[in-house]
Design a protein around this ligand. Structure first.
Ligand SMILES: C[S@@+](CC[C@H](N)C(=O)[O-])C[C@H]1O[C@@H](n2cnc3c(N)ncnc32)[C@H](O)[C@@H]1O
Length: 223
């Protein structure tokens, strides 16, 4: 069996170094029970498996992405360390106080900060950690939802300013140009128009995609 990373997956791999840096800010945990919330095709899931000796549950609502992740898990013989499940996080039935760590990147802003904090609070052990990978502006707009959530922001790791442009959108734009000039496989991207419109948005809003990892700890009363 072979798994070919898509070009966008390959580029997003450029950001895994920030994930590793953020992970290293957490205290050492023995065989932690980890949830990768909204895992997508699983680049972060696989990195988590690499960084810990724990067990990882990776959930997403999109079965196509989970199928890709399942293929990657098989190739790396990680079946006994990673469990995947199709699930809407807000309807999860995990037991109370089940996880030591919940990791999310780019998901909470889709499903709602307040709702996510509430659901994460229930299933995290006391003292457990919730790591959010978010655009700084989005996080700042939702900072009020942290109060009374039962979480405390203990650390923040900013990604280098403009790295979404230099490490992701600029190479993507170059690749699209190569396709248009007949120098690249025209089937490289499923939806070139959607990518072009993302690129235009990032060009018009250069600061909006600056990101950080936020490390939150459950150490209070949730509501
Ligand atoms: C921006 S992608 C991030 C994927 C992955 N975390 C990463 O960084 O590569 C957001 C993911 O959240 C998933 N998602 C959206 N709503 C969800 C929900 N209610 N429950 C679980 N996953 C959800 C999407 O299907 C998508 O894969």
């Amino acid at each position: 069996m072979s798994y070919k990373e898509s070009y966008t997956e390959e580029l997003r791999g450029n950001f895994l170094k920030y994930m590793r840096e953020a992970f290293q800010l957490l205290p050492k945990m023995e065989k932690p029970n980890i949830l990768d919330l909204g895992c997508g095709s699983g680049s972060i899931t696989l990195k988590l498996a690499n960084l810990t000796d724990g067990n990882i549950t990776a959930i997403d609502i999109d079965q196509t992405l989970l199928d890709r992740l399942n293929e990657r898990i098989k190739i790396r013989t990680l079946i006994n360390r990673i469990t995947t499940k199709r699930m809407d996080f807000l309807k999860n039935e995990f037991p109370d106080k089940y996880f030591d760590l919940i990791w999310e990147a780019g998901v909470v802003q889709i499903i709602g900060f307040k709702e996510s904090f509430k659901a994460c609070y229930r299933i995290l052990k006391d003292g457990g950690y919730l790591v959010l990978g978010q655009a700084i502006k989005t996080f700042d707009k939702n900072i009020d939802k942290l109060s009374k959530s039962g979480f405390e922001l203990i650390k923040q790791l900013n990604w280098p300013k403009g790295c979404w442009w230099t490490d992701y959108y600029e190479p993507l734009e170059r690749k699209i140009k190569d396709i248009q000039e007949g120098k690249e496989d025209p089937h490289l991207f499923e939806n070139i128009k959607a990518i072009e419109s993302e690129i235009s948005w990032v060009k018009a809003n250069p600061d909006e995609s600056d990101c950080a990892y936020y490390i939150l700890q459950k150490n209070g009363e949730g509501n």
